[in-house]
Every structure is written in C-alpha cells, then in structure tokens.
Design a protein. Sequence first.
Length: 570
Amino acid sequence: MRTSRFPLNTVKETPADAEIVSHQLMLRAGLIRKLAAGLYTWLPLGLRVMRKVERIVREEMDRAGALELLMPAVQPAELWQETGRWDKYGPLLLRMKDRHERDYCFGPTHEEVITDYARRELKSYRQLPITYYQIQTKFRDEIRPRFGVMRAREFLMKDAYSFHDSQASLQETYDRMYDAYARVFERAGLRFRAVRAATGEIGGSHSHEFHVLADSGEDAIAFSDTSDYAANVELAEALAPAGGAPAAAHELEKIATPGVRTMDDLCAKLGIAAAAGVKTLMVDGDDGAPVALVVRGDHELNTVKAELLDGIAAPLTFTDEARIRKAVGAGPGSLGPVGLKVRVIVDRAAAALADFTCGANADGFHYTGVNWGRDVELAETADLRRVVDGDPSPDGRGTLSIARGIEVGHIFQLGTGYSSAMGATVVTEDGGETPMLMGCYGIGVSRIVAAAIEQNHDDRGIVWPGPIAPFQVAVLPMNAHKSDAVRAAATDLHDALAAAGIEVLLDDRDARPGVMFAEMELIGIPHRIVIGEKGLAAGTVEYKGRQDAEAVMVKVGDVVEFLTQQLSGN
RNA sequence: CGGGGUAUAGCUCAGCCUGGUAGAGCACUGCGUUCGGGACGCAGGGGCCGGAGGUUCAAAUCCUCUUACCCCGACCA
C-alpha cells in the first residue's frame, strides 16, 4: 500500500476532550473520528486494526467449535418482555418504534434472540451441546459515554452462547471458551489476566473476566503472588484478621473534636493512625431505615459486598444528611457505633480492633478507647471492605497485589434463567423435558483496540503488538523527489515485500523526513525501512523496530528475508 | 438525573466583563526557498459567532428560551 492511495489522517494537536491516552492517540493517529456522543466512525487505518482483532477472535471461536451466525441488531420488544428485561434493563436499552408503532430495541446483547432461535431449532438432547457466536454491533445507551471507543455507546462485540443438557457439558464448553479467550489475547500480543468474577452464590468458576493489564484501567484486580488466585477487587474476599481483638487497655473517653469531619481531620487532631479508628457509614436498608456500616479508618467500603447483604437496599444508597440527623441526632462526621439505635454491621477488620476511636453521635465529639463488648455490642460482622495491596490471599496462599485492568472479555454460566423464561427446552434421553443450560461469552472487539493502545504506547505514539498492527512495515524513502535511485529502490522494495505477503506501507508523498518519521511512529507501524541516497550507494538500507534504540543497516538484497525473520519473531 | 462548563474558520482557541471593522496558531491553495526528526517566506481562500426570540440607533458581546457537546457526582463519617 502507498500513502498516496491510503491517506493518513493524523493530527498534531491533542484533541481537547480526549482524556485517556488511547483515545487521544486513536484520534491523532487517524483511527477513529467522533460522530456524536459515544458514536465513532472507524477510518480505514483503524478498521484494519479492528479487522485483525476480529479475525483472531473468529479463528479461535471456530477452533473451539463454535458456529458463527449473525442475528439482527434490531430486536422486537416481545422477546424482551418475555424475560422481563424490557422493564428491568432500564434506560440503557435504546428503544424505538417502527411505522406501525410496534416496539423495538437496538440490541445491547442477544440472549433473548439466541434463546428464541434455540427453542425453535433445538428439540433433542442429541443436538447438544452446541455453541453459536456472532460479531455484531451493539448499542448501550450509557449515561456517560467517554474514553472514546473504550466506553462507547455503539461498539463491536463478539458474543457466544452455548446450550447444554447437563452442568458437566456446560462446564466443559465453559472451560474450552476460557482457553479460547486466553489464546485470543495471547495471539493479539496483549498482557492479560483472567480473573474470577463469581456472582456471589456457589462461588467457584462460574464467571471469569479477562482484563488487559494497563495502569489506566478502570477496574482493579487483585491477584495472589503465590497462587493463581485472581479476582476483581469488588469480589475479592477480605479475610478476618487472625486472633481477634486484643484485650482492652484504655477507658472509654468522650473528647471534644470541634470541626472534625473526616478521618484525615481526626488523625491530624489526635495524632493517631487511621487504622486505629473506625468510620461509620449510613446506608438505606430495604425498609428505608438507615443501617450503619462500620469499617476501619484506613479501609474503604466495598459497595458490591455491602449491596449483597440481606436487608440492604440495592442499589446501595447512602443516607442523606437530613435523614441521618433525624435518626441519630448528629451529622456525618460524628457517627459511631456506640449507643447507635439502628442496625450496625461491622467489618471483620474493624471488629478486630481494641481501644479504637469513633464518632460519638454528637456533633463535635468522638470517643477514644472504645472496645467491642465492653462499650458497644458487637452484634453483626461481615466482609464489607475492599481488599488492599498486601492483604492475605483469600485462598490462603500468598498475599494480594492490586493491578489495574481493562475488561475486554467476560464468560459466564447462565444456567436456565433464559431458557426457562422463554420455554427453550429439549427432550432428554429418558423422554422427559428440560430447559437447556446456557453459557454466555463476550469479547469487546472494539474495546480491545483501545485497550491495546492503552497498554502499548510511548511518548511518540502507538506501539502496536505485531499481530494487530495495521501494517507491518513502513518504507520511507528520503528525498525521493531528488533521487531516481531512491524512488526506484523504494518502489522495488515495496513490491518485493508485498509479493512476500508482508503488509507494507510505502510513504510516497515526498514529505519531509521528519514528517514521515513522526507519523509512522504515531500510527505505530512495528518495523521501519529508511532508504537514503548515501546508504543506497553502499547497497544498504536502514532498519529500525518501533521500540529499538538504534537502527541497523541491511543489504538491499537481504531486506525481504531480514524482515521475514523479524516478523516471524513476534 | 443533579451540579458545573463550553459552543466564534476544517482543528485548537482568543475576542464577550466594558455593545460599534471578526482575529491568532495549526490545517488548506499558489509561488519560491528548503529537505535524516512534525521547515521557512510571500500571497491567498475560508465565518448566518450553535438555534430562536428579545433589548438597542447598533448584538459574537446584554437578557430569555432552546439544542448539542464536555467535565464532576460512594470512598465522607
């Protein structure tokens, strides 16, 4: 390919409203352009990358035995009403009406459609197991789309659905998908981690998320330094400290703390560590009455865990100040468990404290030297906090580290939820009838492109992993307009590389050298050949990998073979 | 949804407070010089100042409404 026929739409200035580096670079490198909030046009260069990701996904799905199909993006409301999601899905669902005033939605996912298909076509256990997948545009009407295609409203997703007549069969396909996902991300050249995302219940391996590791990732994942334990921080269990609370050594004392509202204030005022105090947070209970959640001063509440507790309103809602005052007689900033007349749930770590500090439920006062049992009843404990770096691993082996990741894949076992609701049953071996067990497996194809950049870039631009680079080699002739020899050599090399099946981009624009270098680095082409008149006179051209510090000279006749070697190395 | 902000050339923005000729940089066109790290000079083209209404002799500028976009919204006890 030549730049004269494949224009590079690069821009020098960093776009004002792009916050994260992948979004900035995708705009600057000319991969995408925004049409409206959360809607992007993929330019030819960006589409080449997305197609490569797509191809890898497709190949691995095929290898895993899944069958590709393509379902409509627009779906009738009736199906969603069958499963109750027409009402439950809320404003995330883009709804529309056709000319007959019939309700439709633009599919954010396809469980209903595939289950409808399955109930029509799959009648016997003999047809199982079977897995279908598609690569399809989805739409989710996010409240705040941002970060470019990382969290766009319209996006490209691979979704797969499997059907089974037994849990063992579902597990087998699930495991195969797990392996296929790992292969996809390996082949794409990304550093990733599969993490547990178990949905609370029976635990185990019922759901895994695949994260591309990047410091800018929105999700925090916790993993053990010695075992293979890895989980989303939201779900990682914080074990109770060994040994329980030490014996009380101090008397309960009420002290004036005017103006103190935050844990930081309190630590500064009293000269104590945050870990020696507790924070008391008020959230709404199911019945509307506030419930107090107590965590150690240096810990953070894990809202996912809190929401799952019995009697707590979901979604988790923090009680507003007026209602706190009504219930307690003091405002936030002076709350504590002592003498509190609402339900109190104490985090395991907070429950293991002795002689701790907390609010006195009177504005401007705190207690010190508080002890469970002596000063306040320890009625209820639970795992409420987010795990932190250095916590013991929940599987008992090693300590946890926290890394940041971008969720690019998610697999889970759905069970019979959809098949029961929609009557997708098969006849069993013994002649009975049973709803099919289902598995569901998603990969964010367009998000992978952004995640790859987030993980692989430098101050000059994108550093594509070879397998998903839009082109493998850039050929840059220096001052070709002044040198027939350079121009001829560049053209010959381009043709030879193309003939060898190497994706080459020849810059034939007669641009200044600095422009060529800067643009090719910005768009992240992994390999670069520079052809100059001097080198050519000596029968050589210059090679440099995108991340190499130094260039090397290569004989003109050896270039194709040299590059073939370089490419097979990644 | 709540709060805040922005809307002026293709892009990034100044001008608005204090009403009176619409600007800069980048990009684009032409010519010339330059040519191994996003060149320089000269000359150009390009605007219903987001939309509607109002105030005024006069509105990008003041007022009202409207639309779009952007940012923030548990970690606080």
